[in-house]
Design a binder for this molecule. Structure first.
Ligand code: SF4
Length: 442
């Protein structure tokens, strides 16, 4: 009889792909992956652990699973992912009911280790993080018409607030042919949108080929039949080259969307964060991108309350955001993490001040988006149909301006029946918060 295993994957899409690879490995070894945990032999919590909110979510999920174990609903609780890698046996000290803590380097051995745990062993295993498998068959957890394509793992940048390099190791690119083979398989399975991810997508190839290879990879991905949209997430400003912009502007399949975390704009803070690139270089890049690709949609993220961020530095950031008018923006409050240089920096900012600053940023951004959405009224956009809403007899979808799970949506009506994964042309007639409202034009 097959052992039944449940998987909860938390955090970023890179961690999600790791979970998909683990689930496929388990299925290959005759485990049954179950959505409903009642009677599961084991539950795997694939955790995130890079900032406090993520750690809290991971601990909450572990404690819920332990409760299920106490109630006899599940037999074993296994913790994998970044929190496991970062804190290792400390988790067991805090939550002794857990049956295994497995570092990211164990992902390739998951079937063997899970079987050992179900057979009664309590395990702690932390092989080198570089043994994390970057490729392998996956059980997709995204809708069948779009998928993440992870092209590398780890990070060799050293932002002073970030724990990711210490958790996932240095940057490791996948072989290009291996990525293309996977993309081909995804296309054959019905995937139309590929979302290209890594901790630093723009560094692709620098380690393996000694040069930046993302433009070449994108050109090759565009050759794959069936793929209609290719979207870039997690780009590092100073590696957004002219060559990359040329590919983005000339290849119709590469959507005019870029996720470009900037974190701050004040030069004193950028230096303290150990971010490459000055405020002038960042501003020049944004001008260049908008000149080269006039309809480019820029998503970015900022951190408020970094040590040393006085009112003046914060004003610099707020002014920049209001002047630049990003299409999509997220804002984190600085979360000091032990083991990072920023954790020990002087001039730490009070939590209430950090939070107030991020609220100011997000309020400004809300107004910027509503003005931009107003300008989109009357225009027609190609929309990827995501679901039908029977309650309002309408559909929900995304334009090229919307990455899944983080950006806005389009809610629209259509006189004929549509399928998820279809592309339709939608004329926008209104907006609601971050979303657009429209109707299909035949
Ligand atoms: S680029 Fe910086 S913030 Fe991003 S994963 Fe690397 S070190 Fe962390």
């Amino acid at each position: 009889m097959a052992y039944r295993v449940g998987m909860i994957s938390l955090g970023c899409p890179k961690n999600q792909v790791d979970a998909e690879i683990m689930m496929a490995a388990l299925e290959r070894e005759n485990f049954e992956i179950v959505d409903y945990f009642n009677g599961a032999d084991a539950v795997i919590i694939n955790t995130c652990g890079f900032i406090d909110d993520a750690k809290k979510e991971a601990i909450d999920n572990i404690l819920s699973a332990v409760e299920l174990k106490k109630e006899g609903i599940v037999k074993k609780v296994i913790v994998t992912g970044c929190l496991a890698q970062r804190y290792q046996s400390e988790i067991l000290d805090e939550i002794p009911e857990v049956d295994a803590i497995l570092g990211i380097g164990t992902n390739a051995e998951i079937p063997i280790l899970v079987r050992k745990v179900i057979d009664g062993e309590q395990l702690l295993s932390f092989p080198p993080n570089c043994s994390l498998p970057l490729n392998g068959k996956r059980v997709l957890t995204t809708p069948e018409y779009w998928a993440y394509l992870k092209i590398a793992d780890g990070c060799s940048n050293r932002c002073t607030y970030c724990t990711i390099p210490s958790i996932r190791g240095d940057f490791r690119s996948r072989e290009m042919q291996d990525i293309l083979d996977e993309a081909q398989q995804l296309a054959l399975s019905g995937v139309k949108e590929l979302i290209v991810i890594a901790q630093d997508t723009t560094s692709y190839g620098i380690d393996l080929y000694g040069e930046l290879k993302l433009p070449e990879l994108l050109n090759a991905l565009c050759e794959i039949d069936g793929i209609e949209w290719i979207r870039l997430l997690y780009c590092y400003p100073d590696r957004v080259t002219d060559e990359l912009l040329e590919v983005m502007s000339s290849q119709p399949k590469v959507v005019h969307y870029i996720d470009l975390p900037l974190q701050h704009i004040d030069d004193k803070i950028l230096t303290a964060m150990n971010r490459r690139g000055s405020s002038e270089e960042i501003k020049t890049l944004i001008e260049k991108m908008r000149e080269k690709i006039p309809d480019i949609v820029i998503r970015t993220t900022f951190i408020t309350g970094f040590p040393g961020e006085g009112e003046e530095e914060f004003e610099t950031l707020a002014e920049f955001i209001n002047k630049t008018e990003f299409d999509r923006l997220g804002c984190f409050v600085f979360s000091p993490q032990e083991g990072t240089p920023a954790n020990d920096m002087p001039d730490q900012i009070e939590d209430s001040v950090k939070t107030r600053r991020s609220e100011v940023i997000m309020q400004d951004q809300y107004e910027i988006v509503s003005v931009k959405n107003n300008e989109r009224i009357g225009k027609t956009f190609r929309v990827l149909v995501e679901e039908y809403d029977g309650y309002t007899d309408s559909y929900v979808g995304r334009t090229y301006m919307d990455a899944p799970e983080i950006d806005g949506l389009v809610k629209f009506t259509c006189s004929r029946e549509l399928n998820e994964g279809d592309f339709v042309d939608v004329k926008i007639f209104s907006q609601l918060d971050y979303d657009l409202l429209g109707e299909v034009i035949e």
